[in-house]
Design a binder for this molecule. Structure first.
Ligand code: ATP
Length: 264
């Protein structure tokens, strides 16, 4: 398989008030088309910084990001981001929040009727068509995240970037949304890069788990292949030896790194 998205020797240093902090050190990662890759690591190691660099929202200090062999260093609809706290416009309906993105990307290439159908189609994908006329303030946190995912998908991004998309949700809502994302990934074959703190979530959803060392100068410590057939059913995995082994490997990595920090 060839690399679709490449993080190429990324370094990131923040300078503030005369002090400089090196957050990311030589991060290189190749992601294949259709792959679901998660990044896991302790708080503050630089996961969001890395995702923001891929999104084009933050510049790398050196190194860069290649998508289909072309350098990307500014935001674009080819890399749609879903943040932990939904970023919907509160004065627009659920429908209009998605339609706005659809119009931005497709106003030159699709008719009004096509854009309308496409907006509804994406709301249906996340089971939110029934609430299309509600405003964000009138729906639950999980529903808002669904709309955020619909909005991101509606731009037909080459890569979907998820920054802890389920982090602020209760366990049941989180599980439902994880199932929806797995279903969407199975249907559309999206290439997904996701940040998470949750070991079970990483193993359930990912083809590969990228484990970051602690910062400063965080780098990729280990990359774990998750050899679990799809579709994956969470209840079946509870006793699955491959699942348990993967889970243990990630926990061990994080635990050892954590101990390292405490000892330091
Ligand atoms: N704009 C900025 N200026 C200076 N330092 C920053 C800036 N943004 C982030 N940092 C620092 O960079 C480091 C990495 O932050 P980042 O948010 O990327 O980590 P993270 O792994 O995503 O954390 P968390 O898991 O808690 O969200 C932190 O030490 C943070 O304080």
């Amino acid at each position: 398989m060839t690399s679709y998205l490449k993080l190429d020797h990324i370094d990131k240093t923040y300078s503030r008030g005369g002090t400089t902090t090196n957050v990311l050190k030589d991060v290189t990662l190749e992601i294949h088309k259709g792959e679901y890759v998660s990044i896991i690591g302790h708080s503050g190691c630089g996961k969001s910084t890395l995702l923001n660099i891929v999104a084009g929202l933050t510049d790398a200090t050196s190194g860069g990001v290649l998508l289909e062999d072309r350098e990307v260093n500014s935001p674009g609809p080819d890399r749609a981001v879903v943040f932990q706290n939904h970023s919907l416009l509160p004065w627009l309906t659920v429908y209009d929040n998605v339609r706005l993105a659809v119009d931005k990307v497709f106003s030159g290439t699709r008719t009004r009727a096509q854009r309308h159908d496409w907006t509804l189609h994406n709301l249906e994908l996340v089971q939110m068509a029934h609430a299309k006329d509600k405003r964000p303030g009138e729906v639950s946190g999980g529903m808002k995240q669904r709309v955020g995912i619909a909005r991101a998908l509606s731009m037909e991004p080459k890569v979907l970037l998820l920054d802890e998309p389920f982090g602020a949700l209760d366990a049941l809502t989180r599980a439902h949304l994880q199932d929806s994302v797995m279903q969407i990934h199975a249907t559309l074959g999206n290439t997904i890069l996701m940040i998470t703190h949750d070991v079970d979530e990483a193993v359930l959803l990912s083809d590969r788990i990228v484990m970051m060392t602690n910062g400063p100068s965080a780098r990729i410590g280990e990359v774990l292949d998750v050899h679990l057939a799809r579709p994956r059913k969470r209840l079946d995995l509870v006793t699955n030896a491959t699942y348990l082994k993967a889970r243990e490997a990630v926990l061990k990595f994080l635990h050892e790194r954590h101990r390292f920090v405490e000892a330091a």
